[in-house]
Design a protein around this ligand. Structure first.
Ligand code: ZN
Length: 442
């Protein structure tokens, strides 16, 4: 009988600490042996030759909206997780809103969790929501296994997920701190965005430029400053999602130096698309906060290079095509990106800006695992770690086509873009869930 279930032969093994050539053996869903000097001895039921390919810890996407249950016609665990597997993602955290009911109490959590178990191809965790009406449900959500909580400081765009005013934020943060959990925050100022939106719509200007002006960087700065103050006051761990600007990141870095337990996420679209793309591609590239100018994108890469960004999440937030119509103020705000996170980082980071594979692994796997207490079970290639792996060919290039996308709706602002670096295989708990050779998902 074979000693191992799977052996990956002759690949380049990448961790946040370095790259070395070797073999990896898997047994019972875990990494059982790694050999970088001699060829790994032993036999396996399955051997995959990965010569000249790179083996990375599977990505952990801490920010997706799969909308199930309730809006499964927008996405769903099945289609969403297939897209992730094809993109090299082996674990995701689903946000508490856009699904219906919103994940703001135990019943909603249990319902969503059972759907995920039934349908997801990859590992997953669920975020709980913090809304003004559910402070009394935070404990039960934490006990159910919520990976953390999510709150909005401005309108979420979803009626059953209300933004928190300052009093509810403070109450929620006190409770979350007591639960030793973490609060992820959509940090844009309701006052600023509402005021500017009303002013611009009154003028009748619903262009891309006007939409961008309605949600300026200053709106993020004001909200982030406030939530950092509340974090100091309540001792609550926080995570600022989808930050678009290095100016915002500087504030967060300064707060870290003062001892605030805060981490920051940005998304592939803020690292690769600009206000010019929004005008050119249209509402397919609409998101909130909005895309920024090209110089901001470069400054965001500088912040990433300096180690000031902790995590990259996709903020995959799809909708049916009919909601992606209308003007820049009325169309659904959300970009479909779950499948292309690694592709963007390889093309725009590794190839164009000399960002190392180690850095990409740190931002997409190791740091998320550490921040959410999944390390060293996940986020690293080591003996006894979960065999969640993605294998890529750095030199293979492709142009993204509609039919490549596994989303429920084959929409993406990246269609037609050329990428260098292709996901060849994805393994979850030691099982092959995606192979580009077969061009299908098992
Ligand atoms: Zn989101």
């Amino acid at each position: 009988m074979a000693e191992f279930d799977v052996i990956l032969r002759n690949g380049y093994i990448v961790t946040e600490k370095g790259v070395s050539k070797g073999d990896i053996a898997i047994k019972g869903g875990k990494i059982a042996a790694i050999s970088c000097i001699d060829q790994l001895k032993g036999t396996a039921a399955d051997e995959i030759d990965v010569t000249d390919q790179y083996i990375l810890p599977g990505l952990i996407d801490t920010h997706v909206h799969f909308n199930e249950p309730g809006r499964t016609d927008w996405e769903g665990f099945e289609t969403g997780s297939k897209a992730l597997a094809a993109g090299g993602v082996t674990t995701f955290f689903d946000m508490p809103l856009n699904s219906h009911p919103a994940t703001i109490n135990k019943d909603a959590f249990d319902l969503k969790f059972s759907r995920g178990l039934e349908k997801s191809l990859v590992n997953f965790y669920l975020w709980g929501g913090l809304v003004p009406s559910n402070i009394n449900h935070l404990q039960e959500l934490s006990e159910c296994g919520a990976i953390g909580f999510k709150a909005f400081m401005s309108d979420s765009g979803i009626a059953d997920f209300k933004a928190c005013d300052d009093v509810h934020l403070l109450q929620g943060m006190e409770k979350i701190s007591e639960l030793q959990s973490l609060l992820a925050v959509h940090a844009e100022s309701q006052q600023i965005t509402e005021h500017l939106t009303n002013t611009l719509i009154r003028r009748g200007d619903t262009s891309a430029k006007s939409f961008s002006q309605s949600r300026p960087i200053l709106s993020e700065i004001e909200a982030v400053q406030r939530i950092l103050t509340y974090a100091k006051l309540t001792n609550c761990k926080i995570h600022i999602v989808h930050v678009t600007s290095s100016e915002v990141i500087s504030q967060i870095t300064a707060a870290k130096k003062q001892g605030v337990d805060v981490t920051v996420e940005t998304c592939p679209h803020y690292l690769s698309l600009t206000t010019a793309d929004l005008a050119e591609k249209g509402v397919i590239a609409k998101c909130a906060p909005p895309l920024r100018q090209a110089k901001e994108v470069e400054m965001l890469w500088d912040a990433l290079r300096n180690g000031e960004i902790d995590i990259i999440g996709s903020d995959h937030s799809p909708s049916p095509p009919e909601l992606k119509e209308g003007d820049f103020f009325t169309a659904w705000g959300g970009i479909s990106g779950a499948q292309t996170t690694l592709n963007i980082l390889l093309e725009e980071g590794y190839w164009k800006r000399n960002i190392s594979l180690e850095t990409i692994v740190r931002l997409t796997a190791t740091n998320p695992a550490k921040r959410f207490k999944l390390f060293p079970q996940k986020g690293i290639l080591d003996i006894e770690s979960d065999a969640d792996l993605t294998i890529i060919d750095l030199n293979e290039s492709f142009v993204l086509k509609k039919e490549d996308l596994f989303y429920k709706h084959q929409q993406s602002p990246f269609l037609g873009k050329k990428f260098r670096g292709k996901v060849k295989y994805t393994l979850v708990n030691g099982k092959l869930v995606y192979s580009s050779l077969k061009e299908k998902i098992r």
